[in-house]
Each structure stands twice: as structure tokens, then as C-alpha cells.
Write a protein that binds this ligand. Structure first.
Ligand code: 5GP
Ligand code: MN
Length: 343
């Protein structure tokens, strides 16, 4: 695969919806990452420049190291500002859903999306889209939703609205979703887009500084503790799992985004093909993050054992119960997937 195709019919529909409407709400998945915040802030800024009234409403808060993005300080979080968000949604003409494939991914916003009867646009790169909309761009082969946003904006003829700020939001989503062009980026098209963004003025050094070089001392100590004390290597399955308990989080004054990237670290071991990270939440839920190499389907494993999904090699889900029970289910799954893991 060397090329991302976006059908011209979807582009026409998006252009018409934007031309014919005035008020827009943009949303993305719960626990928004760089791709979700990047794509939301980029699309919002372009629409604002076109004279539209726009609000980004995210299900909950997002890591502080994405706050520098254009318009990020005006983002409304639905869990904390439900009434304001609902009032705005009522007078909104169009909902734009970015970077998620199922309405359950927006958590408390799910009923709003389930009942939405006005215009809707979806741009996403996860496997198995299950959202109905008037215009859909769903390309699982794409590196990121941000790459798709760049392509949609240019195909719509809005390239002049991609200012340096918009380009930096888009660039952030591509970098964070590909692990700085490590995975999901083995095709020329993604480098062409990055090149265009650099031409738009992206200050690569400064963006990387703002996303990657902002960790606290506590964050590094948490990483060291998790790797040393909570990481379990199971050589017979070429698998690793890690846990982050509420106590670990308390010990190191855990802040949103502090465990970003942890789950990828064990994949740097030569023989490891599959890695899981289990994070304990206050409400008795364990958040599950799965990463795999090559032909091992992390997305299938997430769907089968943790009511989740995502991408082939990077997926996630949830488990109701204790960390120990989430791990128990993982080990049972390893046995079921033994053949694929041992290949
Ligand atoms: P992460 O491990 O970084 O939270 O998520 C990895 C990938 O899996 C992301 O693409 C994310 O959208 C997806 N994902 C994470 N949690 C869930 C979940 O609960 N359900 C589904 N369907 N996808 C998830
Ligand atoms: Mn994404």
C-alpha cells in the first residue's frame, strides 16, 4: 500500500455540509490522545477561519502536554460541563466525529450521538466503523485521523486555511499515532503529508519538545517502578504484561498522560510479540492497552476479551473487576492464541 484513497463523493458531501451550515460541534474519543486533540483542534480552527461557529466537546479531560494547540484552551469537557455542552449541542447543525469507530468510545456522550438526528460527518482510521453519518471518510490503512484530516481539507480546497498552527496540530496526531513514524507508516503518502506540513511552517523541534520533553521526575520514577516491579515476561508466549495500580498512581502523583507510551516499551525486546498494560481505575474498571508486532491481531484479542477494538497492532478495551482478574483473562487468552504467538 502506497496510497490513501478518499472517495470524491465523500469529499463533495463534506463540502456541501460545510457550505450549507453554520454551527458545528467536533468530538473525539474518551481519553483523547494526540490524534484526537490534534484533529479536533485543526478542523475547528479551519472552520473558524471560514466564519463558522464551532465548539470542540470532548468526553473528558486530555493530557496537559496538548494544551498548547490552537484553541485547546476553549475545548469543553462533557463530563465536567455537561449543561453548557448540551445547550450548545441543541443549537448545533452539524456534528463532526473524529478518531473513533463506535459511539461507545465517547463514554458519557454516547446517548447524544445515539439520538443525533441532524447532520453528521465522520473521519476515522480504526477497523470496523459502526457509526452512521451523512459523510464518512473511514480509512483503516491511514497512519492517523490527522493524516486523513489533512487530505480531506486539501481535497475540499481549504488548503489556504492550513496555517502553521493548524499544521502543528495535524503533525502532532501523525507523530503520536505512529510513535514518531515507527509503526503504521510504511507508505510514501504519510511522508508526503509530513513534508507538506513542514512546508506550512511546523517547527518540528518545538513541537517535539512540547509533547515529549515535558515529563515530570515522578513520571520517570513511575516508569522505572512499573518496568522493574510490575512487568512480567512470559517467554513461552512471547508476551509481556504490566500493571499500574491505584497505589502506583498515588505514589507518583499520577497525572493524565503519564503512562503514555509505557505499553510499547516491552516490544523492544527481541522475542516479544505481544504486550498488555492494565491500568486500575477508581470505579472498579481496568483500562487495557494492547500492542503487537507483525501478524499478531491485538484488535481481535481486545474485542474477544476486553469488549474493545482499535487497530490490528494497537488496540484497547476495558475490564470490569480487579487487576488480578484482568491478568487472569489475559493469560487464558494467551493459551487460546498460543499458535499465533509461537509462530
Ligand atoms: P490505547 O491503548 O492507546 O488506549 O488505545 C490503542 C488503540 O485502541 C486506539 O486506537 C484506541 O482508539 C483503541 N481503543 C482503546 N480503548 C478502546 C476501547 O475500549 N474500545 C475500542 N473499540 N477501542 C479502543
Ligand atoms: Mn488515531
Amino acid at each position: 500500500m502506497n496510497h490513501i484513497d478518499i472517495c470524491s463523493e465523500s469529499i463533495e458531501k463534506i463540502k456541501n455540509i460545510i457550505a450549507e451550515n453554520q454551527t458545528f460541534v467536533i468530538t473525539a474519543h474518551h481519553n483523547s490522545d494526540g490524534d484526537a486533540v490534534g484533529s479536533s483542534t485543526a478542523v475547528a480552527e479551519v472552520l473558524r477561519q471560514m466564519g463558522k461557529t464551532v465548539k470542540v466537546i470532548l468526553p473528558n479531560d486530555f493530557p496537559s502536554f496538548f494544551r498548547w494547540m490552537i484553541g485547546a484552551n476553549e475545548i469543553v469537557t462533557f463530563d465536567r460541563h455537561t449543561k453548557d455542552a448540551q445547550a450548545f449541542l441543541e443549537k448545533t447543525d452539524v456534528l463532526i466525529c473524529l478518531d473513533f469507530n463506535q459511539i461507545s468510545r465517547v463514554d458519557k456522550l454516547e446517548p447524544v450521538l445515539a439520538d443525533w438526528n441532524k447532520k453528521c460527518i465522520v473521519i476515522d482510521h480504526h477497523l470496523g466503523l459502526q457509526i452512521q453519518a451523512d459523510a464518512i471518510v473511514s480509512v483503516p490503512e491511514a497512519s492517523s485521523t490527522c493524516e486523513l484530516v489533512y487530505r480531506v481539507l486539501t481535497l475540499c480546497g481549504y488548503e489556504s486555511f492550513i496555517t502553521k498552527d493548524v499544521a502543528e496540530s495535524i503533525y502532532t496526531g501523525i507523530m503520536t499515532d505512529t510513535g514518531r513514524l515507527d509503526y503504521s507508516s510504511s507508505y510514501a503518502g504519510v511522508y508526503e503529508v509530513v513534508g507538506k506540513l513542514i512546508e506550512k511552517g511546523v517547527d518540528k523541534v518545538s513541537v517535539h519538545d512540547k509533547i515529549y520533553n515535558v515529563y515530570t521526575y515522578n513520571r520517570l520514577c513511575l516508569q522505572a517502578t512499573i518496568l522493574k516491579e510490575n512487568m512480567v515476561y512470559i517467554p513461552e508466549y512471547h508476551a509481556v504484561y504490566m500493571t499500574i495500580s491505584l497505589k502506583n498512581q498515588k505514589d507518583y502523583s499520577f497525572q493524565l498522560g503519564d503512562s503514555e507510551g509505557f505499553v510499547n516499551i516491552p516490544l523492544s525486546m527481541k522475542d516479544v510479540k505481544f504486550c498488555a498494560m492494565f491500568t486500575e481505575y477508581e470505579n472498579g474498571i481496568v483500562k487495557v492497552s494492547l500492542r503487537s508486532k507483525r501478524d499478531f491481531p491485538a484488535s481481535d484479542f481486545a474485542a474477544q476479551y476486553y469488549s474493545g477494538g482499535g487497530h490490528f497492532n494497537a488496540a484497547g478495551g476495558k475490564f470490569q473487576g480487579s487487576l488480578q482478574d484482568a491478568v487472569k483473562v489475559f493469560k487464558e487468552g494467551l493459551e487460546v492464541y498460543k499458535e499465533k504467538l509461537q509462530k
